[in-house]
Ligand binder design. Sequence first.
Ligand SMILES: [Zn+2]
Length: 136
Amino acid sequence: MRIPMTEYLEIDLETERWRCRRCAHDLGPARGNYKEGTLVYNRDPTEIHRPLIDPGRYEFTFAPDPAWCRILEFYCPGCGTQIEAEYLPPGHPPTYDMQIDVDALKAQWAARPPGTVIPLGRDVTTEPLRVSGSNQ
Ligand SMILES: [Zn+2]
């Protein structure tokens, strides 16, 4: 059974693996950090937050200083969907933002009736929630 965790992430309880909800690409062990299975784009924050005033004339332009801040974008290697983004100091490792108690999740879902469906947002299909043992 695949359990949706975010809009783009799910956990396959049988294999205990993170998967992309768009393409089912394997992103690593569910007891670990899914970000280790993603592609990371280390972005200069001024690409996103452009200076509001002339950087040639002013030291502070209301844009983040790239010497102090980076934007890490995490993408699925299978389909290119952006899964997450975070602002961190340069050189800081990606954060560990979700540590799932897989054993508790398994117990929780074992107690639910077969075919239980979690309500999804309007942009996400129910396709990945099939109860079958298929990986696709
Ligand atoms: Zn994907």
